[in-house]
Write a protein that binds this ligand. Structure first.
Ligand SMILES: CC(C)(COP(=O)(O)OP(=O)(O)OC[C@H]1O[C@@H](n2cnc3c(N)ncnc32)[C@H](O)[C@@H]1OP(=O)(O)O)[C@@H](O)C(=O)NCCC(=O)NCCS
Length: 152
């Protein structure tokens, strides 16, 4: 049986000239937000020292929104996405977020399975037309219980 490598997560800065090329290479060919002015935090996950996953959480129009979750195929199903999501939830709670959001389409069963475990629930905000073809919003209220779990 192959041993699962140790997974670590740290906050990274897209403006860091050493990090930027690694970020661009990681997301090559994919759409991802490159944030500057809006409050945000990028998190990178490492498995046995190798870059295994990346993600972001940012603040827009009064909401903390998770985005850009991607794990390299060879490091999937080892808990990398879970760790990146925990880091982003903790960051938002530390920033005083009353709730945390993300959007994905109905076909993305994996992301739904990775996030619902934390208590996210599907909602259709005003002005959004939720159909089978559109992305759906998911919301996690920051309750005292959630804070207790994440700010130990
Ligand atoms: C979705 C994705 C981020 C998951 O990353 P991951 O590191 O493999 O996920 P984790 O190992 O942290 O898994 C978290 C949970 O999801 C489950 N899971 C992960 N991949 C799964 C799969 N292919 N099928 C079923 N369940 C799966 C895990 O079993 C785990 O649940 P558990 O803790 O109850 O066992 C990764 O597959 C990926 O990068 N996919 C392509 C990009 C993408 O879809 N990004 C999301 C865009 S919104």
């Amino acid at each position: 049986m192959t041993a699962v490598p140790e997974i670590t997560v740290r906050k990274v800065d897209l403006q860091d000239p050493e990090w930027k090329p690694r970020f661009e290479a990681f997301y090559a060919g994919r759409q991802v937000k490159r944030l500057r002015a809006k409050p945000h935090a990028y998190f990178a996950a490492f498995a046995g020292g190798e870059l295994a996953g990346h993600s972001v959480i940012y603040f827009d129009k009064g909401r903390w929104i998770m985005d850009g979750l991607l794990v390299k195929p060879e490091f999937r199903e080892m808990g990398v996405a879970k760790r990146l999501t925990e880091a982003r939830i903790r960051h938002a709670i530390e920033q005083g977020a009353p709730e945390i959001w993300y959007a994905c389409d109905d076909g993305n069963l994996v992301t739904i399975c990775c996030h619902l475990r934390f208590g996210f629930q599907k909602v259709c905000p005003d002005k959004h037309r939720c159909t089978a073809a559109t992305a759906h919003w998911y919301r996690l209220p920051v309750t005292p219980e959630l804070k207790g779990k994440f700010l130990k």
